[in-house]
Write a protein of this length. Structure first.
Ligand SMILES: Nc1ncnc2c1ncn2[C@@H]1O[C@H](COP(=O)(O)OP(=O)(O)OP(=O)(O)O)[C@@H](O)[C@H]1O
Length: 254
């Protein structure tokens, strides 16, 4: 894997104005390098700014201080290089599954035949091709999230930002989708940055785990996960790393 970062977060701080006129500091001096094709998970207590990092790094939100570089250039607005998958299935309810996946390419001017053919290919990758004519309300949560992933991939991004993508799913579906995501990642060579509340999910998925501390969000630690894949939850090393992370995230730690 190349060591030249694809994403470089430099001195990133973010404050929001509150209704009472005060400033709420969400992020304080975040510095982070993401290697191409790596799988990074960000964990931390609720409200520590995990989503805000993804929103700024994808150009949806502005930094108060510092910057995010994508392949050396500052990110200033959302672009096709970075695909987004959020917890709430952001599908268009009025479009079929196929047209949802083809929506980005349609916006980019790709002709109907090509975008439908490509969309079907991405639906195949997430095992959803047979539901191509269904509408979002006809799908389970896990199925909708598979479509959301296919839709993000259809824009052919280099990077996928995923914000609690499996947070709303039952435990069994969640584990299934984690395995599918890993296969996709191995197949497509995307760089993935995934925010999760789940220590177990981070240990199962990540090459690197970024541990954040409570607001204002700071990076407390970055761990390299030195376990081969596929990882088994019953392994001693899996349990030990999970324990370590839980301890690191414990509010009574300090
Ligand atoms: N647009 C906004 N306006 C005002 N405050 C905001 C805004 N977006 C986020 N915040 C605040 O910034 C802090 C960080 O929010 P963020 O959603 O990034 O945290 P998080 O770590 O992703 O939380 P969670 O794990 O609960 O999803 C929170 O205190 C939140 O209330």
């Amino acid at each position: 894997m190349s060591d030249t970062p694809i994403i470089n977060i430099q001195g990133l701080s973010k404050s929001f104005a509150t209704k009472s006129g005060d400033q709420l500091q969400a992020l304080d001096d975040i510095n982070l390098s993401i290697r191409p094709r790596s799988f990074t998970c960000i964990v931390g207590p609720s409200g520590c700014g995990k989503s805000t990092i993804l929103r700024i790094a994808s150009g949806l939100e502005k930094a108060s201080l510092g910057q995010v570089l994508y392949k050396g250039d500052p990110v200033v607005k959302p672009g096709a290089d970075i695909g987004l998958v959020f917890q709430e299935y952001s599908l268009f309810p009025w479009l079929s599954v196929l047209d949802n996946v083809a929506a980005g390419p349609e916006f980019a001017g790709v002709d109907k035949q090509t975008r439908h053919r490509d969309a079907l290919g991405f639906l195949n990758m997430v095992n959803m091709a047979e539901f191509k004519d269904a509408f979002p309300h006809e799908l389970s949560g896990g199925m909708r999230q598979r479509v959301a992933i296919a839709r993000a991939l259809a824009n052919e991004p280099d990077v996928l930002f995923m914000d609690e993508p499996f947070g709303a799913l039952d435990a069994h579906t969640r584990i299934l989708l984690q395995q599918e995501l890993l296969s996709l990642w191995e197949m497509t060579h995307k760089t993935v940055v995934l925010v999760t509340h789940s220590v177990d999910e981070a240990v199962f998925l990540a090459d690197e785990i970024v541990i954040m501390s409570a607001r204002p969000g700071r990076i407390q630690d970055v761990l390299t996960v030195d376990m081969s894949r596929p990882r088994t939850r019953a392994d001693k090393a899996f349990g030990e790393l999970s324990e370590f992370l839980l301890h690191s995230l414990s509010p009574d730690r300090v």
